[in-house]
Structures are given as C-alpha cells and as structure tokens.
Design a protein around this ligand. Structure first.
Ligand SMILES: Cc1cc2nc3c(=O)[nH]c(=O)nc-3n(C[C@H](O)[C@H](O)[C@H](O)COP(=O)(O)OP(=O)(O)OC[C@H]3O[C@@H](n4cnc5c(N)ncnc54)[C@H](O)[C@@H]3O)c2cc1C
Length: 449
C-alpha cells in the first residue's frame, strides 16, 4: 500500500513540511483545526497565519535570521519564497502583509495534487508516519495525548523566560565571577554577578515598577489564574520580577537578587543586592539572568535591565517572556533529525520542539518534511552540519541539558566557535559565521544530492 504522511497543524512548520513531502512525490494529509476551532491567538482559517509581528526578522546576511534565511533559500523553502514575493518595504527586515502571506500559502498548499487538507482537530497521536507541528497553542486534547506519550514531566505548557545576554557585552570591570559561598564547580566561580549599591538598587526598583508591561491575553490569564488544573505551581515558581517587586521594595533583594554568600572582590564587601548570570550554552558565549522572568515590553527590558551594574551595554539575544507555550523536552525526546527517539515513524517540527521564531519554525518544518520523505523511502536521515544555523538549532534542541531546557531562536551564540584564533569585532565575526554556514551547507548539499 502507498504510504501517506499525516501532518498535524497547518501553521508555519506544518505547511512547509507538507509541501516538501508532497514535492518528493509522497501523499500528505494535513490536519488543521481552524477555522472550526481557534487557538486564541489565530484569527483566520488560513494556513501559516502569522499570529503577531508581520516580520520574519532581519534579512541582513550578517544577522542570525539573515543566515537562516539564506539557508532556507538554498534549501528551497516554499514559505520563504512566498514571503520574499510578498515582501513589504521594511528596511533590513523581511516583512509581509500577513493576510496575503497566509492566503498565498493556503492557495499553494491547497492546490498541490498530493496534499489533502482535513479541517479537523486531531485529538490523539495517529498511527503511521506522522509529523506533529501543532505549535505553541496545541489543542488541549492533543496536548494530553502528547503528554501521555512523552511522559507528563516532558511536556511544558507555559514559558517564563529570563533574558539572555551575550557574554562579550558584559562589563567585567563591574561584574565579578563567583559562586555563592564558593560552592561552584569552576575555580573562579560558576556565575557572573552584577553587584548593586543600595542607591543603585532603589533606582532599579523605581524603574522596574514604572516600566510598561505586555498585556496578558485571555489564554494567558487563564494560565496565570491557574484555572487549568496543576499549572499553579509553574506560575508561582516563575513570578515575573516586576510582580515580585510589587510585593515589597526589598522582595527582590530577599529573592532572586539576594546577595548572601557573595563578596565583591573590588570592595571586599557583600553587595546590597546582586543579579546573577548563569552560563547558557556550552561555549559560554551566552548568559541568562537568573530568576529574571518578566512580562515587561522588550523596549522597557532594554532600558531597565541596562541599569543593572555591568549590563549598561549588554546585547540581549533573547528578551524575557511569559506566555502559553506548549513544547516538549526535546533533548530527552528527539534526534537532531527531528525524529522521535521512541517511535521511529513520529517526527516533531516547529515551536513544539522548542525552536522559537517564525523562521526557525519554517526551517524545522522543512527539515522534518525532508526527513519524513527519506524515512518513507528507507533512506538515512539528514543531520545538518552544526555550523549551519538550522543544524545548530536542531543540535541545540536535541542535546541541551534536559533539566533546564528552554526554547531557543536562531542566534550566533549557539554556533560552534570559529576556532581561527583571530579576535574580531562583532560584525566581522557575524560575517565569518555567515560565510562558514553558507560554505558548509553548500558542501553538504553536494554530497547529499
Ligand atoms: C501569541 C504568540 C505570539 C508570537 N509572536 C511571534 C512573533 O511576533 N515573531 C516570531 O518570530 N514568533 C512569534 N511567536 C512564536 C512562533 O514563531 C509562532 O507561534 C509560530 O507560528 C509557530 O509556528 P508553528 O508552525 O510551530 O505553530 P503555528 O504556526 O501555531 O501552527 C500550529 C497549527 O496547528 C493547529 N493545531 C493546534 N492543535 C491542533 C490539533 N489538535 N489538530 C489540528 N490542528 C491543530 C493550529 O490551529 C495552528 O494552525 C509567537 C507565539 C505566540 C503564541
């Protein structure tokens, strides 16, 4: 019997995946529950609807999203081609009219003779060859079934992310390395500590309390209030810093900013308060602000968090966020090919794997489509070189520490170091990463073809 692949969710990842599979001569059933059942963030029944911003990111070749864009171009992505055809004037960014974009993707995917679109909610993982690309707002019933498959502890419903900064941009003449009570693994301390005087702390709290916040949407308020059984504990454990500060001006100094066990080597004293930064990737190019989940607008985060001593010129590669986000603990569950470790005919793609951002979701959709096709044809699965942006994203989600796994978007910090010993400025380094990714992908594609 002829194999047919089932793709669950006609969002960014699922639409790209379905088209890639169909182009390889394999039949696809694409299940999409909208417009009959909406997610709370989508508005239409279009495939690949952009839920928020209409920008797919910077297209400049020396930016992380620009690198991923050129990889997607090279890999013949349908959604990137449509976005580029529909592009609006937006300086260095690739922005689209969201309705034309969704409309065009719907048209192209619907017209493909090998794709059947089924407008229905899938409530359990089907048998056969399947890609799950149901996104951050996967329906309740399917989430429960995925949780049964992964184990409850490996499916998360809620994201409370702390900001991440580039290590190079931390001012180490102000910050210092140390572990609380000297208990760390590294000799000079596991954490970078940003020390506050009392006055600096007071100014920081004033700015934090006055800063603008992102209004919570209905489905996020539901989570916040713990209406969904069992989610209260997640919320209490990840209160946003601005909410902690509202409980009392010193609440942060006794909470995530407590200075106990730390001595500033420059003053020989314990600071009044401290923000600790923890290494976020293997090569120590990224650090996250420990316990700094926040719901401030990105603009406010930049302004307020740059008041933290040592972070005046910090480059934020991810801002703090709080929103509903269904994602699996990929390091325990997925291979870098996006195939499940526990069921060989099951693949995951898109935001549910822990890859963030429109482009990353399109890209994992594309790779899952290629790999599912190869799986059906009995061929080896593709694992892209880690020095490509897509390869490094897949490597990140499948091999990070499962105990602290958090979603990640394309950025230079997850790529392997250049290893040429040359000290370059940020721009030159970005260009070198971009050149290397392009070279490695072209070489890889030659052998693959
Ligand atoms: C509120 C919000 C705002 C965001 N804003 C941005 C942004 O501005 N920029 C950015 O880069 N990223 C943003 N993201 C993150 C992410 O890039 C997008 O969510 C992106 O659309 C994810 O792509 P996806 O294909 O994984 O999921 P989606 O595009 O959400 O597609 C999943 C599809 O699966 C369908 N579905 C769900 N459950 C079922 C089921 N049981 N049966 C059948 N169909 C089902 C859904 O209806 C949906 O169409 C945002 C996320 C959220 C939640």
């Amino acid at each position: 019997m002829k194999k047919c692949v089932k793709v669950i969710g006609g969002g960014l990842a699922g639409s790209e995946a379905a088209w890639q599979i169909a182009e390889r001569g394999i039949d696809v059933q694409l299940f999409e529950m909208r417009p009959g059942k909406q997610t709370g963030a989508h508005r239409t029944g279009d495939l690949a609807e952009l839920v928020c911003s209409n920008s797919l990111g910077s297209k400049l070749p020396d930016r992380a999203s620009g690198v991923l864009m050129s990889e997607l171009r090279e890999l013949n992505s349908l959604l990137l081609r449509i976005a580029e055809e529909q592009a609006l004037p937006a300086g260095g960014a690739l922005a689209v009219d969201r309705d034309s974009f969704g409309g065009m993707v719907t048209e192209q995917v619907t017209q493909h003779p090998r794709i059947e679109i089924i407008r229905k909610e899938v409530d359990q993982l089907p048998e056969g060859v399947v890609i799950v690309s149901s996104g951050p707002l996967t329906s309740e019933r399917l989430s429960q079934d995925i949780a049964r498959f992964t184990g409850e502890e490996h499916l998360y419903f809620f994201d409370a992310l702390s900001p991440i900064v580039e290590a190079d941009s931390i001012d180490m003449s102000v910050a210092f390395r140390a572990s609380r009570y000297g208990r760390g693994q590294m000799e000079d301390g596991d954490y970078i500590n940003c020390p506050f005087t009392k006055q600096e702390y007071e100014d920081f709290i004033d700015a934090l309390l006055k800063a603008d916040r992102i209004p919570l949407r209905e489905f996020e308020i539901t989570i916040r209030e713990g209406v969904r059984a069992g989610l209260n504990k997640y919320f209490e454990a990840c209160l946003p810093v601005e909410v902690i500060a509202e409980r009392g001006r010193d609440a942060l100094a006794y909470g995530p900013m407590r200075p106990v066990g730390l001595t500033d080597p420059r003053t020989g004293k314990r600071p009044y308060a401290v923000v600790q930064l923890r290494q976020d990737n293997l090569i120590a190019s990224l650090y996250n602000l420990v316990g700094f989940q926040t719901n401030l607008t990105y603009e406010s985060q930049l302004r307020v968090f740059r008041l933290i001593p040592g972070l005046k010129s910090a480059e934020f590669i991810r801002y703090g966020q709080m929103h509903r986000n269904t994602f699996i603990n990929s390091p325990n569950l997925l291979h870098p090919s996006l195939q499940s470790r526990f069921r060989s005919d099951l693949f995951f793609a898109g935001q549910i794997t822990g890859v963030e951002g429109y482009l990353g979701n399109i890209a994992t959709g594309l790779l899952s489509g290629w790999n599912v096709s190869r799986f059906v044809e009995g061929k080896d699965l593709i694992v892209l070189p880690e020095s490509t942006m897509l390869g490094s994203l897949c490597s990140y989600i499948s091999s990070s520490d499962p105990g602290s796994f958090q979603p990640m978007k394309a950025n230079f910090g997850i790529l392997p170091p250049l290893g040429d010993g040359v000290r370059r400025n940020r721009r030159d380094r970005a260009r070198a990463y971009a050149d290397r990714s392009f070279r490695m992908l072209s070489e890889y594609l030659k052998t693959y073809k």
